[in-house]
Design a protein around this ligand. Structure first.
Ligand code: SAM
Length: 307
């Protein structure tokens, strides 16, 4: 899609990646699965130290381009409307107070849109991202974007959809391949696998998980109780996040990998990589770490094991 000039930075509780993209490709971003929120920048200053920088930040909001960006919001499922809200997110406290920043931006919005009213939730959200530089951004996505318009799963240990998407990305199998998650929990990896064009089935030893995943996936996937005699021989790929972090009983890597040994490619999200690597290597797989992901403050590794 021609996105370019990627840069990443951190705000409190947020990782921000900025990039440039042609306006005509903006709507296509609504299909992205590795991102939790999209914003479009409407103005920026190199630094925000005082009121004169603040005036520059607000004065460089161009009414015409703002109108164009407001029209783009509908591609992301936001309904237009005349209510707005302003949020200021910064990396740390600064001498110029964020309330002053939000008040000044609020005044500008009311000047440009005299019939709009402040509200929360609002049809239009303006977010100031303020670290070394400061920018005003319009939020394109809705609250539900990160959960794929689904309610967040309340089952303990469920992955965030963006993390599941990153794990499924590592499969890299042909479209239509048969994929299995042998410990599917609420089925988040299966949802992502289906979204990539795979056929995907799940198993779990916990009847509650089987019932949640079956309800969520309907007839798109077969979800069944785990069976001791299942060999998984019908599958081209396996994707799983094995229980870790003390929330479920730990599983033994050697015995578990022995059950999966007929699957040509396995993608496993694990916290402790070494015992799983050893178990796969001893079962005749070549293993590499393809990704590391920070989950609830702990690093997990995505291992890819190929026969
Ligand atoms: C971390 S959760 C999976 C979460 C899932 N990926 C999601 O996003 O909802 C691990 C799952 O493994 C299941 N499990 C644990 N041991 C198992 C076993 N031996 N066979 C099958 N499932 C097992 C647990 O019941 C739990 O649902």
């Amino acid at each position: 899609m021609g996105a370019r000039e990627f840069r990443s930075s951190r705000l409190r509780n947020h990782d921000v990646i900025t990039f440039a993209i042609d306006h005509k490709h903006l709507a296509g971003l609504a299909r992205a699965r590795l991102v939790e929120d999209f914003f479009v920048e409407v103005s920026r200053v190199g630094q925000l130290r005082n009121r004169s920088d603040l005036t520059s930040l607000v004065a460089s909001i161009e009414p015409q381009s703002l109108q164009r960006m407001l029209a783009t919001m509908t591609s992301f499922g936001r309904r237009g409307g005349r209510s707005y809200a302003v949020f200021v997110k910064q990396d740390r406290d600064r001498p110029l107070h964020r309330k002053e920043v939000s008040k000044r931006l609020d005044q500008e919005i009311r000047l440009q849109f005299p019939r709009w009213r402040a509200n929360d939730p609002a049809a239009c959200e303006f977010w100031v991202f303020w670290n070394k530089t400061a920018s005003v951004n319009l939020r394109l996505t809705t609250e539900t974007f990160k959960y794929r318009d689904d309610a967040p799963s309340e089952r303990f240990g469920s992955l965030r959809p963006t993390v599941a998407a990153a794990v499924v990305d590592a499969l890299d199998c042909r479209n239509g391949s048969r994929i299995v998650d042998p410990m599917c929990g609420s089925g988040t990896l299966l949802v992502e696998a289906l979204a990539r064009g795979y056929r995907a089935d799940g198993f779990d030893s916990d009847p509650e998980a089987v019932s949640i995943a079956s309800r969520r996936l309907g007839n798109r996937s077969a979800v069944a109780p785990a069976r001791a005699d299942e060999t998984f021989s019908a599958y081209d790929g396996l994707v799983v996040n094995v229980p870790w972090g003390g929330e479920f009983e730990a599983v033994d890597p050697v015995r578990t990998v022995a059950k999966w040994r007929l699957v040509p490619r396995c993608i496993v999200l694990v916290e402790r990589e070494a015992p799983w690597r050893r178990a796969f290597e001893n079962a005749g797989y070549g293993v590499r770490v393809v990704d590391s992901i920070l989950i609830r403050g702990r690093w997990a590794n995505v291992l890819r094991a190929d026969r």
